[in-house]
Ligand binder design. Structure first.
Ligand code: ADP
Ligand code: MG
Length: 474
């Protein structure tokens, strides 16, 4: 009998039912729908965020036991949450009233343990020698959840971020690693989590720092012989947010020090939030032990926003800036700028600027000029869609066939070639390539790349496919 999400979940339910009260079973387990089983991860859909939090709080152990029985030690559970309060396109736009800009974040005082070896513990953010440790969270209050619009592309990351903000250090998402390409909202989301935590738990010490600045501080501390102070300082933080950890690659000293800080925080139930432009599997020159820590919690991807989300983001931005421009122009911009939210915002800002400076009406023609500049200025990357199209055409099949589940050899080969070229010509992660090419996982993509490499060496016909296709892409 083949194992499916349904069959696994059915067995889990049988086990769970034997172990809890009938009423609790009815309330908390019957409404769950098994959605997907991939590798050892079972995805279940729960009706709301509250529901998911309740499960995590009360039944996570039971769920783990049940799932381990079915899928073995490496079993994973993934929640799919139906959001109650979405910014999707179902509600009229006028209902999306954002909260007004927040005030600056107050500085947080931190109690330094009296028995600390060095009572003048140095705070790397202030002039050394200051006794009373006051740390600024370095959070930008304008990056909050209210203006981080939800869409399919960010739903998992956003709701995981919310869950972490509700219970810092108290969920299984520790560390929470948010990854995705440039301009897709990693920094915004990282701040939003911090801002939300400060709102809910003002007494907690939250610190946002870029990996780059963290590295500079560390190097400085080595120069000044204050490495221990540096470590000690970071070990006192309750919620540590490090942005762009890919910056640590190749920097073994900083990685080492971060490893110790991380362990200390994690062991003490403190929350760590990380962002990166790559999934952990794709990170290079990061020590294995650190990578394995990154994978302890949850890695959630921010993908390129779909059309509806792009529209919502644009409208929200205009609304907050108090600017009105015609619907068809918003649509035009959203249609033509697809892969980067920063550029999307940039185009609309430049459009408004052009129209006010030159006192021109915002017309489609003006929008075309502005968008064209944006699209031209950003180096055109071959898209995964385009790669799939070219490979399918070359093998005279359609894209749906290339993506299908069939194991027919020539289709499998075409699919593997598409994955190989996507890895070669785009910056997308293995996971993202897999999800775009027929909803496969990162391991499948990795395997495809290896297979293509091997065949290129051993199979002359196959070598020709690669050469032909490479020409088409360059
Ligand atoms: P990254 O750190 O991934 O490069 P940023 O967090 O700097 O991206 O986001 C780029 C811009 O896009 C920011 O101005 C941010 O506010 C905006 N942005 C990203 N995602 C969203 C979203 N879901 N809703 C609204 N604005 C967003
Ligand atoms: Mg960023």
């Amino acid at each position: 009998m083949s194992v499916t999400a349904n069959s696994v979940w059915k067995n889990c339910l049988a086990f769970i039912k034997d172990n809890i009260q009938p009423q609790a079973f009815k309330t908390w387990f019957e409404p769950i729908k098994p959605i997907k089983l991939s590798e050892n991860a079972l995805s279940i859909q729960v009706p709301s965020k509250f529901f998911y939090e309740w499960l995590e709080e009360h039944y996570v152990k039971l769920l783990k036991v049940a799932l381990t029985k079915e899928l073995g030690e490496s079993a994973k559970l993934v929640y799919i949450i139906r959001m109650e309060n979405t910014y999707g396109n179902k509600e009229p736009f006028t209902e999306k009233i954002p909260s007004s800009n927040r005030g600056a974040m107050a500085a947080q005082e931190m109690d330094v343990p009296i028995k600390s070896k060095n009572p003048e513990l140095r705070n790397p953010f202030v002039i050394p020698g200051i006794r009373n440790i006051k740390i600024e969270s370095q959070l930008n209050p304008n990056y909050n959840f209210d203006n981080f619009l939800e869409g399919d592309s960010n739903r998992l990351a956003r709701s995981a971020g919310m869950a972490v903000a509700n219970k810092p250090g108290g969920t299984s998402f520790n560390p929470l690693l948010v990854f995705g390409g440039v301009g897709l909202g990693k920094t915004h989301l990282a701040h939003a989590i911090g801002v939300e935590i400060k709102d809910k738990y003002p007494e907690r010490t939250v610190l946002y720092i870029s990996a780059e600045k963290f590295t500079q501080q560390y190097i400085e501390s080595v120069k000044k012989n204050t490495r221990n102070d540096f470590i000690h300082f970071y070990q006192l933080i309750d919620v540590l947010i490090i942005d762009d950890v890919q910056f640590l690659s190749g920097k073994s000293g900083t990685q080492d020090v971060f490893f110790h800080i991380f362990n200390h925080l994690h062991q003490n139930g403190k929350q760590v939030i990380l962002t990166s432009d790559k999934a952990p599997v794709d990170m290079q020159d990061i020590e294995q032990r650190l990578l394995s820590r990154f994978k302890w919690g949850l890695s959630a991807e921010l993908q390129s926003p779909d059309y509806e989300t792009r529209i919502s983001i644009l409208k929200n931005k205009l609304y907050r800036d108090g600017v009105e421009i015609p619907e068809d122009i918003i649509e035009y911009v959203a249609k033509h700028i697809k892969t980067n939210i920063r550029e999307l915002e940039g185009a609309i800002i430049s459009l408004i600027a052009q129209s006010t400076l030159n006192k021109r009406e915002v017309t489609i023609e003006l929008a075309q000029q502005v968008v064209e500049k944006f699209v031209k200025n950003t180096k055109r990357e071959v898209s995964i869609d385009y790669i799939q199209k070219v490979v399918s055409d070359y093998f005279e099949m359609d894209v749906a066939t290339l993506q299908s589940k069939t194991r027919k050899r020539h289709i499998v080969q075409a699919r593997q070639l598409a994955m190989f070229f996507a890895k070669k010509f785009t910056k997308a992660s293995l996971a993202s390539i897999g999800s775009q090419i027929g909803k496969r996982d990162h391991a499948t993509v990795l395997h495809a790349c290896k297979t293509v490499d091997n065949l290129a060496e051993t199979d002359k016909q196959f070598r020709k496919y690669i050469d032909d296709l490479t020409k088409k892409f360059s």
